[in-house]
Design a protein around this ligand. Sequence first.
Ligand code: PMP
Length: 416
Amino acid sequence: MSGATGADARLMQGFATRASGFRPSPVRDVFEVSMRPGIISLAGGNPDLELLPLDRLGQMASEIIAKEGLEVLQYGSGAGLEELAELVCGFMESEGSRPKLDEIQMTAGSQMGLDLVTKLFTDPGDVVLAEGPTYTGALGVFEGYEVEVQQVEMDEQGLVPDQVEERIKQLAAEGKKVKFLYTIPNFQNPTGVTLADDRRAELVRVCRENDVLVVEDNPYGQLGFDGERHRSLHSYDPDAVIYLGSFSKVFSPGVRVGWMVAPPRVRKFLQIAGEAVTICPSVLSQRLVLGFMSEGMWEPHTRKTSTLYQERCEAVLNACEQHMPEGTQWTVPEGGFFTWLTLPEGGAADAEKALPRAIDAGVVFVPGTAFYDDAAAHRAGNPPAVPSGARNVRLAFSSVSPEKLSEGVERLAKVL
Ligand code: PMP
């Protein structure tokens, strides 16, 4: 917030205390750089929209307006379009959940779901557990609500339930109440790591027994390279888990449609909180998503795009193998958009410092520090020796051709 002058500065003096926690998204920060000619962007986790049946979608949009214009251009239900919620219920079955209609809340994307859950369940100073590293957009929400974020490291199979329990108990001993665990179990952002199936029931049990809600964020779950769907955490204990789903990664982030699944009483509160922000989810957008799904485009599109992402993932991993400095490690994702690099210990490379040089060399990425929040450690007088994530790099392979991915990794490797 520094650097404001004149009228700006006067207005900003009136900001609420919580505004000091707001920071721009590091991913959106590099967005403009990504658009420069000649730059290869390994930064943005954007879905590739090239394979969408645009002609049919265009026709569909005009048919919807011609036939149902008076409804879809009007305010709609605060809970969302019932027919779409019905399809969502059916879809959730593919992950082992069997929600009822009154447990589904449509949203303007999982980002909104995350905001509503945090608004509803936390007071300033409450603790939220998350994976270390975690989705930077979630950190932004938590900061906005003045929540303390505690991150639990993962191994190559995701969170370790025992370690989560240990952290909850340790925090309780310090007099801190953990309100919820925020987790992205499938093809995680930013690491690409997937929580092992045999840890899922245990993780939910640990949280339930310690009275910690689980917030399961699953925007990538349908994008497994082998087409398999992992069982949702929600399916193990629907009273202990709030599930966030999204149409952004498998259809379009521009339509801004997602959903939440929560027990009916909680769902009702989420609806009230949502109505205070957007009145209702966009009826037109939901109707378009409904058309996309009910015309059977969903499954084939998901399959085609995940094959595309698999090829791209292989291209990135091969290029890392060929070009990255000795001792660099990376995750091997089974789906989704991202891989996560760990630069060699003791090496000179600091990802954040390398970014400007990488941009000069024609490649952009998101440094690992964006996915950590060290504020609690600083407050406790126990900051890490180097910022968490300083030796890490997130590479997004979803929206770049294999040739460009190889070239981008080669450029990056030279800088590192
Ligand atoms: N959660 C995660 C883990 C994400 O990666 C994203 C998008 N980058 C979101 C939530 C937000 O998605 P949506 O477009 O559905 O709001």
